[in-house]
Write a protein that binds this ligand. Structure first.
Ligand SMILES: [Zn+2]
Length: 221
């Protein structure tokens, strides 16, 4: 038992700060009063301390991360796996709430770092071919209506350009046109170069016989 020099009460030792003569209740009161009267000075100090130590802490973290990269990566992975669902949910919510900001950030980084970004994207695409294909398929299935509407809107907005291009492709027996004919007429989805050549000659011959293809870009056969 000990008597507080401030309030004069006698209390258990555990009610005192170690080696202190003031009880915890009084010590807390004194601390609170001190903080209140010195608020401005203290908060300025706090801010300065935070700033000074943030750089130091960041540097320490960077060094520590570098030295323990593998262990930390494994730890992160394990943590992610253990909390996958929850983190995915959080991430999705965050993405949704910060859509604009995120896309701005990506755009800025893309512009600032274009070559590096392109190279990284290419590497990623090459390494994840199957994954991307699968993802695309799922996306297409899940967003069928949205995609259809997008395509329709695009076609409407660019009708003249598309028609002109289509006519040109037809007239010039462009790969796209020949492929579409093979697909529609013979259900050949992936024609070999020989098929393409033969069918192109066939179409050309047909046109000659019917007297079209004399510079008329509206030919449709
Ligand atoms: Zn006291």
């Amino acid at each position: 038992m000990k008597t507080c020099t401030k309030c004069g009460e006698t209390k258990e030792l555990e009610d005192f700060v170690p080696k202190g003569n003031v009880c915890r209740v009084c010590a807390n009161k004194r601390r609170r009063a001190y903080r209140l009267t010195n608020k401005d000075r203290l908060s300025k100090q706090d801010r300065a301390w935070t700033l000074a130590n943030r750089n130091k802490r960041n540097e320490q973290q960077r060094v520590r991360r570098l030295a323990n990269r593998d262990a930390i990566n494994a730890q992160d992975r394990a943590h992610w796996l253990a909390n996958k669902d929850e983190m995915n949910k959080k991430q999705k919510a965050y993405k949704l709430a910060n859509k604009e900001r995120i896309s701005e950030w990506y755009k800025a980084r893309y512009i600032a770092d274009k070559d590096k970004t392109l190279k990284r994207q290419k590497t990623y695409r090459l390494a994840n071919k199957e994954k991307i294909k699968e993802h695309r398929k799922t996306y297409k299935l899940d967003n069928k209506e949205k995609i259809n509407k997008q395509n329709k809107d695009y076609r409407l907005a660019n009708r003249d350009r598309i028609n002109k291009k289509g006519n040109e492709q037809t007239h010039n027996l462009h790969d796209t046109y020949v492929k579409s004919r093979l697909r529609n007429t013979y259900k050949i989805i992936e024609p070999t170069p020989e098929m393409m050549y033969t069918y192109r000659v066939h179409l050309l011959m047909f046109r000659e016989l019917r007297g079209i293809n004399n510079g008329n870009s509206n030919a449709t056969s």
